[in-house]
Design a protein around this ligand. Structure first.
Ligand SMILES: [Zn+2]
Length: 200
């Protein structure tokens, strides 16, 4: 990803309130999506951007998704400081081949190779907190259970939260393994539950 400097928010298309409690994030629209007039969402897929822990990671990721040639996108990009939305929830983002149709994709700043210890540093802690609030909101509005789905769960059509790695194993259309074996699944789910409890 070249050309990382500068603010893409200057060309931001404005905010788009999702239905429900009127959440709005800065919206940097990606052309890499399949529009629908509305769809069932069963799964939230967690990714790592493979972008370093830097203050503008979400903006860099959003700019990549805004590039037609990238042919990829996700609904939300999250770094330690902000959330940027790139695809409306009703539209299908191109983030996890085989598992896109009924899912929402959330990209976290960081790398799949991060160790558990690296996920525990101050930057990643901020990313996890911010991302868990996004996921809590989506799950709350869509009545998606806060549980981690295995590849078998996905194939069985269960609803919940999972990683790109699990989608890859379930549908065998990708070899992506993010957010990686060091990703703190249980603590992330706990954060999502706490965010929902705080909201309630
Ligand atoms: Zn991914």
């Amino acid at each position: 990803m070249r050309g990382a400097s500068g603010s893409i928010l200057a060309s931001c298309g404005g905010t788009f309130p999702e239905p429900g409690r009127g959440v709005a994030y800065p919206f940097v629209e990606s052309p890499n999506k399949t529009p629908t007039s509305g769809r069932e969402i069963d799964v939230v897929v967690v990714h790592t951007m493979e972008i370093a822990e830097r203050p503008d990671a979400a903006a860099i990721c959003a700019r990549w998704f805004a590039t037609p040639a990238s042919q990829v996108s996700a609904h939300f990009c999250v770094d330690a400081a902000r959330v940027i939305q790139c695809v409306r929830e009703k539209d299908v983002a191109w983030h996890a081949r085989g598992g896109n149709a009924a899912s929402v994709g959330v990209e976290l700043a960081g790398f799949a190779r991060q160790t558990a210890k690296e996920w525990d540093d101050s930057y990643s802690t901020a990313v996890l907190n911010r991302a868990s609030a996004v996921v809590a909101d989506v799950c709350g509005r869509r009545r998606i259970p806060v549980r981690w789905l295995s590849p078998d769960d996905l194939v069985a059509g269960r609803r919940g939260i999972t990683g790109h790695a699990e989608v890859s194993k379930a549908y065998r259309k990708s070899d992506h393994w993010d957010p990686g074996p060091g990703f703190p699944v249980q603590s992330f789910l706990d954060r999502v539950r706490r965010a929902q409890a705080a909201e309630a």
